[in-house]
Design a protein around this ligand. Structure first.
Ligand code: GLY
Length: 393
């Protein structure tokens, strides 16, 4: 086994970390109840933004995770958190009703940790309404010829005729919408997309493409390309983690056995390309000794994916991935987590949103900072280690 001697996080440490995270979320409510956290911190601190970016659901998700934690401990704090979550749900309903920045595929990232979570935890009718409307919005991006959901841009342009690996996390919203409404159209589209995505974004060596293009006329697979990775042929660290969690969710919803085997291989590639402390550099091309920024969010996402997958594995396999996840979270806890509110108003340092390289097409921002999904998935991983968690996805 890789990383044999790395310690796993203990139950006491999970409790200590969750207590700090919940406290940090509560401290942030003053500034971020009617506003949202920006996607990334600047010098360790998030600025407030309106609900108009693809990442705002993660902050609301942190509020719900803190609510779940405090509900077992402090009724007064839980009440404050629930009220804040409800205010944010109103904002998400407004956003989808007025179609504010929703012309892209990230409806799951936006509406699962915010509105589906609020509905599952409190029965919020507005949360349910908003999330179903978001699912309706998401399926407008489905291409029946290529059998996938287009990520970004106008739907009629060949240069936009592509999917991206991240989208696997947007699909649980569609499964949830079919369950809620009894209408299978959402699930049918999700299954088509999963199949197309997994068949194309995973390379022969089980590294992954960030994005994959198709021929607009025939729907045939065309070519892979990176956007946020270092170069086309490398494995963007967060993309590989989206693949790990995406395969676990693909199995959860489709029950196709082959997705367990693919999960294992994609995870193995990830583990074999980690540095000694199990928290990747921003692209798996880089390792110990390289002067490159980390992406701590990737480790949290991968840990959540493993903790989801083990629910459907035999005991021996489950023990292996439970250990890896516990080791990764321990490394985040020891080396990357925020422990002092004066240092940062986030939860996890050393994450990378978008690092420009000579070979990629992305802008440069949120490098070696906290980012909103890094914070959310760290808290999700801790919650999964703390109890039998009903997922928001
Ligand atoms: N889904 C976009 C990202 O991971 O940066």
């Amino acid at each position: 086994m890789l990383f044999e001697t790395m310690p796993e996080i203990t139950g006491e440490e999970v409790e200590r970390a969750l207590a700090f995270c919940a406290g940090q979320v509560v401290r942030n409510l003053k500034e971020f109840t009617h506003k949202f956290q920006k996607a990334y911190s600047e010098n360790g601190f998030y600025q407030p933004i309106e609900n108009n970016y693809w990442t705002t659901g993660f902050w609301t998700g942190e509020i719900w995770l803190a609510y779940e934690y405090e509900r077992e401990r402090d009724g007064e704090l839980a009440k404050r958190l629930r009220e804040a979550g409800e205010i944010q749900i109103e904002s998400f309903l407004h956003r989808i009703d007025h179609k504010i920045e929703v012309d892209h595929h990230d409806m799951g990232f936006l509406y699962s940790p915010s509105c589906v979570a609020g509905y599952k935890l409190t029965g919020s009718k507005k949360g349910r309404e908003a999330a179903i409307k978001a699912a309706d919005q998401l399926i407008t991006r489905y291409h029946p010829v290529g059998e996938f959901i287009q990520a970004w841009g106008p739907m009629d342009a060949p240069e936009n005729y592509r999917l991206i690996i991240d989208c696997l996390l947007n699909l649980p919203l569609l499964y949830w919408a079919s369950e809620e409404t009894g209408d299978s159209k959402y699930r049918d589209i999700a299954e088509k997309h999963i199949h197309t995505a997994i068949a194309n974004v995973i390379r022969e060596d089980y590294s992954t493409w960030h994005t994959f293009f198709f021929d607009m006329k025939t729907g045939a697979p065309d070519h892979g390309a990176t956007c946020q990775g270092y170069r086309d042929g490398s494995a963007w660290a967060r993309g590989q983690a989206w693949g790990i969690y995406g395969c676990a969710l693909a199995y959860k919803y489709t029950r196709r056995e082959e997705y367990i085997a693919i999960f294992k291989k994609v995870t193995q590639y990830y583990l074999e390309h980690l540095p000694k402390d199990m928290v990747p550099f921003w692209d798996l091309e880089f390792t110990d000794g390289d002067e490159q920024p980390r992406d701590s969010s990737s480790a949290s996402i991968a840990a959540c994916g493993m903790l989801e997958m083990i629910k459907s594995m035999n005991a021996a396999d489950a023990a292996v991935y439970r250990k890896y996840a516990g080791q990764m979270v321990k490394s985040l806890y020891d080396r990357y987590a925020v422990w002092n509110e004066k240092e940062s108003n986030g939860l996890v340092l050393h994450s990378t949103y978008s690092n420009h390289s000579p070979y990629n097409t992305c802008n440069h921002y949120g490098v070696d900072e906290c980012n909103s999904w890094g914070d959310y998935f760290y808290m999700e991983a801790l919650t999964r280690l703390h109890k039998d968690w009903e997922l928001y996805w």
